[in-house]
Design a protein around this ligand. Sequence first.
Ligand SMILES: Cc1cc2nc3c(=O)[nH]c(=O)nc-3n(C[C@H](O)[C@H](O)[C@H](O)COP(=O)(O)OP(=O)(O)OC[C@H]3O[C@@H](n4cnc5c(N)ncnc54)[C@H](O)[C@@H]3O)c2cc1C
Length: 487
Amino acid sequence: MTAAALGRFCVPKMDVVLVESDEIGIVGVGEATIPSIKMFNDSLGIDEAEFLAATGGTYKLGIAFEGWGRPDQGYVHAFGLVGSALGVVPFHHYWLRGLKLGISKPLGHYVLHTLAIAANRFDHLSPPANSPLPPLPYAFHFDASLYAKFLRGFAEKLGVVRQEGKIVAVERDQHNGDVSAVVLANGTRISGDLFIDCSGFRGLLIEQELEAGFEDWTHWLQCDRAIAVPCSRVEPLTPLTRSIARKAGWQWRIPLQHRIGNGYVFNSDHISEDEAASTLLANLDGEAMAEPRTIRFKTGRRSKTWVRNVVAIGLSSGFIEPLESTSIHLIQTAITRLIELLPAGEITDATRDDYNARAAFEMERIRDFIILHYHANRREGDAFWDGLRKMQVPEPLQHKIDLFRSTGRVVPSFDELFDTRAWIHVMIGQDIIPETYHPIADQLPERRLKEFLEGLERAHLEQVRRMPDHGAFVAKFAPMKQEMAQA
Ligand SMILES: Cc1cc2nc3c(=O)[nH]c(=O)nc-3n(C[C@H](O)[C@H](O)[C@H](O)COP(=O)(O)OP(=O)(O)OC[C@H]3O[C@@H](n4cnc5c(N)ncnc54)[C@H](O)[C@@H]3O)c2cc1C
C-alpha cells in the first residue's frame, strides 16, 4: 500500500524502491476493512471492479457482533447513518425517548445498512438531493495476499522498482546515526534518504536497529494469538463480517468470492491452541481448505513510529487485534500523514514529533473503542470475560462510558476514527442504555415521533427492497476469474 501510494504521488520526482522477500512472505491475514479503504483505492485511481475481481473481493456494510453483550444477544455495528436527522440533536436521543414511551423498535430498524444486511442486499446507492435516505458507504472484504500482489503490479507500473531479497544488514551514517543503506543477502546494497519500515511484527529497522520501544497494552487487550483457516464458500454471499464471542476470545468470519476467511483470536492463558483450533474447525460454514495456522502477537504500539529517517508503517508500528478491522485503515492514515509531512530536505524534529503525536493519539483512541467491546460484556461465568468486565479501563474510555450512561451523549475527540455513530452502535448494542436523553427530544409531540419512526423504517425497507442480492451484484459487477479462484 505504501509503495503504491508513493508511486502514485511521488514518482518520478523521487525514486522509490520496494524491498520484499518471497522467502519471508507477508502475514497474509487481514481481509476486512472499513469504508476509508474506498477513498484510498479511489485516490490512487484503482478501478473498483478490477480490484474486486483481482482479490476475490466482496462488499461489507458492517460487523455483526454475536454474544458480546449477553451470550444470546447480537447487534450490528453498521457503517453509515443511524436514523435520520430530526432537528438539532442526534437521532438516538429521539429513539431513546421513543424507547421510554414504548414506541421505538431496536435501533437497527432505523439503520439502512443493518436492514440491507438482514436482507442480504447491496447496491451502489447515491440518493437524489432532498431525499431523506442516506447514501450507502461501504467497505470491502478481500484476499490480503492477492491485494498485496495487485498493488505490487500497480506500483511497478507507476515506476516503483521492486527488489526481491532478504535484508541481512543495516548500515548507519557515522555522523548522524541515520540509516544509510540496507544490504540484501545477495550483496545488493540499497541506499536512501528515507526508509519506510513495512517489515511486519519484526520491526526490522524501527525496533531491531533503532530500538524505538514498545508500549504494551496486553493488560487491556488480552488476546495474544489467532488461529486462521479458510473454508469453502457457502450461499448466500453475505455483505458483513461476523464477530462471534467465544470462551476465551472471538471468531471472525469474512466472506470472499472464492472462500470464507475464519479465525479465532484468543488468550492463550485461558484456552490451549488445540482447543481453540477444534472450536474453530467445529464452527466453519464450509469445508476447511487448509491446515489451521497460528499467529502470535502482542498488542500495543511502537513508542515512536518515526525515528531518525525511518518511519514504521503497518504491523511494524504496532498492533490492535482486527475486531473492528482497523489495521489496514491505520496503514492508510500513516501513509497520508507521511505524504503530508514528506521532508523537502533535512528531516526536522518538529516533523517527527508531529507525526508521532498524531499516530499515538489515533491508535490510543482506537484502542479504547476495542476495549469497550470487551469491557461492556455480559458473559457472566467465563473467567476470561469476568476479568475483562471488572478491569479498570483507560480514563478517556471510562469518561465516555459515564457520559453516555448518564446523558446519552457521545463527544468523540477531534480527529478520532470512530465517530458518535460507532460508539452508539456498540454501547447500545452491549446494553449501556442511557438513563436520560437530550431534553430537546421532548419538544416533539409523541404522535409526530411515532409517525417519524414508522416512516423512517418504511422508507429504509422500501430502499432495501429495490437493491439486488449481494451475491448477484458481485457476480455481475466484479466476478473473480475462475483460474484465480482455483489458484
Ligand atoms: C490475525 C490477524 C488478523 C488480521 N485481520 C485484519 C483485518 O481483518 N483487517 C485489517 O485491516 N487488518 C487485519 N490484520 C492486520 C493486517 O494483516 C496487516 O495490517 C497487514 O497485513 C499489513 O501487514 P504488514 O505489511 O505490516 O506486514 P507483513 O504482511 O508481515 O509484511 C512484511 C513485509 O516485509 C518483508 N520483510 C520482512 N523482513 C524482511 C527482510 N529481512 N528482508 C526483506 N523483506 C522483509 C516481507 O517479505 C513482507 O513483504 C490482521 C492481522 C492479524 C495478525
